[in-house]
Write a protein that binds this ligand. Structure first.
Ligand code: SF4
Ligand code: SF4
Length: 455
């Protein structure tokens, strides 16, 4: 059974249908809007001040799954112009506070009996909508208190727009923060230049350090593209030593641009990372890189110890365990699918619905739920050591790169090359630290394995 990231156990839950909402659903159906535009009915109703949720189309709710978590694309505007940005939209849109409240009401219903629900503000850069976030956090908490649910708020941020007041607010309200940065100033300002042309690496470092003071175990999420792969190791060291992260989470991007040279450099850089982590372990340190830790704790250590491997054959919970709602109320399988739909020209084919005017696409949601990477024939999987725990890469990225719907299940060849290289380094790292201190190595495996190591 899939243990992560689905929550709510995939139980079939039928949302209750309040009469007011049913009435509104009919009105909304009479005047449908296309994806990307806020429906006229919704705009009119908003100025007249309907209660949040009154305008929801009840048929937009899932009935074959429960969705306890959403991303809210509160804006798709951003002050940076990252070279690998997957949004790729024509013009930025802001979500109105009314639509955001409706989206949270949709989540309350879509989460069925789940007591804990989560809203992650996404963008774009959500801090551009700081005031709206404040209002929504206050409102959402009060709303959920009244119905016996707990709501967790978090956001993904480039940290360039913080000030002392917003920084205080984040701690006061206990928001989760996913810090997105690319490492040394040269790489940060090359891969992620600010639209006003000013360097931002310095301020990012300061706010990241500040956030780590109250969230010492937070990860740094960084992206590596071929253009800066020769600085991969320096970026990791910068985030471990200069900023103070314990763990770095690396994503790779721009798959079309990877050449044989880039793969070779990636291998050399990852060797340096492994050497560094071996020395850190020798000194009793706990630094880590997520992909290496994942391979070691989920695959390499169990193989070494003759324990069963907890296979994982799906990539994520997109489309059936969580989804993204955009400024117009469109429900996408996750935050990357609006961009992927545009790039692949699939448009509404890949839309799960619209909270105001488009019924939930149960067939599409079930297709996401049933993704099983083992059913996909891919030549390079045959000799891939990470196959038992590979879900086949991010479906949105697969779609974005291939432009074709069937390829949603099929990882880009560059992705696979990178993963095979990383796996080799993880094997070496594990063998070395096991030699240095066998017991401490196993303790470390338990610690870094999110779903548990003993099974
Ligand atoms: S990394 Fe690529 S080759 Fe390896 S199992 Fe996953 S999809 Fe297949
Ligand atoms: S489709 Fe990709 S970006 Fe979306 S949730 Fe899954 S892994 Fe993440």
């Amino acid at each position: 059974m899939r243990s992560t990231p689905r929550q709510g156990g995939g139980k079939v839950v039928t949302a209750r249908k309040p009469a007011t909402a049913r009435r509104q659903s009919v009105a909304a159906k009479e005047k449908p809007a296309t994806a990307g535009k806020q429906p006229a009915t919704a705009r009119k109703a908003s100025s007249a001040g309907p209660h949040p949720g009154e305008r929801l189309l009840l048929e937009s709710l899932p009935v074959t799954t429960v969705i306890p978590n959403i991303d809210l694309d509160i804006t798709d505007g951003c002050n940076l112009a990252c070279s690998y940005c997957f949004k790729n939209l024509d013009e930025p849109h802001n979500m109105s506070v009314e639509t955001a409240k409706d989206a949270i009401e949709w989540l309350i219903r879509a989460s069925g009996n789940c007591r804990e629900i989560g809203v992650n503000f996404m963008g774009g850069e959500p801090m551009l909508r700081y005031k709206a976030m404040r209002e929504l956090v206050l409102w959402g908490r009060r709303r959920c208190q009244n119905i016996g649910k707990t709501i967790r708020f978090s956001f993904t941020t480039n940290m360039t727009l913080f000030d002392a007041e917003s920084r205080r607010w984040i701690d006061e309200y206990g928001l989760g923060v996913l810090m997105s940065l690319d490492g040394i100033p040269e790489v940060q300002d090359t891969q992620r230049p600010a639209k006003d042309g000013k360097p931002r690496a310095g301020i990012i470092k300061e706010w990241a350090k500040s956030l780590l003071r109250t969230r010492p175990n937070a990860d740094a999420r960084f992206t590596i593209a071929p253009v800066c792969v020769h600085r991969l190791f320096d970026c990791c060291v910068y985030m471990w030593e200069e900023i103070g992260f314990k763990s770095v989470m690396m994503a790779d991007a721009a798959y079309e641009d990877w050449t044989e040279d880039h793969f070779r450099i990636y291998g050399e850089q990852m060797d340096k990372v492994a050497d560094y982590l071996i020395e850190d372990f020798r000194r009793d340190g706990k630094k880590r890189m997520a992909i290496l830790g994942y391979y070691m704790s989920k695959l390499i250590a169990p193989r070494d110890l003759g324990r069963p491997i907890a296979g994982r054959h799906w990539p994520c919970g997109a489309g059936y365990n969580y989804c993204m709602i955009d400024h117009a109320g469109n429900i996408w399988p996750c935050h990357r699918f609006d961009g992927a739909a545009k790039d692949s020209h699939l448009g509404e084919t890949i839309l799960l619905g619209n909270i105001y005017n488009k019924p939930f696409n149960h067939a599409l949601s079930n297709a996401f739920r049933n993704i099983d990477h083992r059913r996909i024939f891919k030549e390079s999987c045959k000799d891939c050591p990470s196959e038992p725990i590979c879900g086949g890469a991010c479906p949105a990225a697969n779609l974005q790169h291939s432009g074709k719907l069937p390829s949603i299940y099929c990882a880009h060849e560059a992705y696979c090359r990178l993963k095979k290289i990383a796996y080799g380094k993880a094997e070496r790292l594990y063998a070395e630290i096991r030699k240095i201190a066998p017991e401490r190595c196993l303790e470390f495996m338990k610690e870094i394995s999110p779903g548990g190591f003993d099974h």
